[in-house]
Design a binder for this molecule. Sequence first.
Ligand code: COA
Length: 372
Amino acid sequence: MKVVVSGTGLYTPSESISNEELVKSFNSYVDSYNEQHKEKISQGEIEPLTHSSEEFIKKASGIENRFVVDKKGILDPNRMMPSIERRSNEDVSLQAEISAIACKEALENSNNSVKDIDAVICACANLQRAYPAVAIEIQSILGIEGYAYDMNVACSSATFAYQNAVNDIISGVAKKVLVVDPEICSAHLNFKDRDGHFIFGDVCTASVLERSEADSESENFEIIGTKLKTVFSNNIRNNFGFLNRSEDSDLFSDDKLFIQQGRRVFREVVPIVSSIIEEHLEEEGLSIDDLKRLWLHQANLGMNTLIAKRLLGREPTKLEMPIVLDKYANTSSAGSIIAFHKYRNDLKEGDIGVICSFGAGYSVGSVIVQKS
Ligand code: COA
């Protein structure tokens, strides 16, 4: 039996922040911190903070802009985090709300109605509550029968969920599965951290995976195979969790947000990703020359270019390796799905590409697809 991606959907928040706006707010926070602490700084008790720069951000990451659920709170130098209205238990939660928008688009693009779907997997790096599962809330507001569950493999959540969906469809427990990735990354980003305040943005992607039908009218991408790999690393870490209170740990300390050793991540993850893609192609009887497109995780332009160069033996063209992180920044597990959503219409029947995520864990997910 063949499984296809029959449609995808994308929710992009209406608000966005340019590097210029972000750096202006960060620098004004730095100035006021240094002013407030000028005595301790002059006595050498604490180090002054240093300005950020637009040039550095663009050069080090390729990021120029990010979409966010709340711009005002992030840019307020006295707050430096999104300001999100608290909702009652009776209201639809924020992640379920943005998921429903992306799911409706994926359903429409795949020529399906909610009645056709048997399962919802909500796969993302940060879930807004422990339970009930956000996926079950999404299932309820859309009116889907069957089952739903949440899962988190950080930046690889979406590709790992694709493998679960494929397996459920092949085993016969579901015919059509919705995978949805509501990534509100701005709420786990430390906007006071010069090394990383520019990294993330918010978005939601959704995909419908289903059994291939000969008479299908939608533009399908057959999943040739999935390959997952994990290797434990502390180089990307977030200590937020349900034991924090019992450990008498400060819920607002920096380690309850995203922390990374960016250089080490860069150095260690590039070889893992390129070898996983190579191995995966070989296992499927394919070679790198068969690949028309690399829809890679969107964290760092230099990292993606290096992965593509190791695979291709040359610089990739813009179309071979589409980049969305310039506009969206790193949107965790949604990044490679945004690239797949936006850059596939030019492909012809039979063309092959790979969707590949990588990130915390470390985790790598490779999904080889062929246009049918
Ligand atoms: N503005 C200006 N300068 C800055 C800065 C900022 N916002 N942040 C850091 N710098 C400076 C540093 O102080 C350092 O200066 P020095 O050389 O004088 O000491 C210099 O820039 C280099 O800093 P470094 O942190 O080594 O930058 P980098 O080139 O490694 O780029 C990342 C940082 C985070 C963009 C990069 O490491 C990266 O993207 N890594 C992979 C991350 C990743 O994929 N993570 C997965 C997340 S899911």
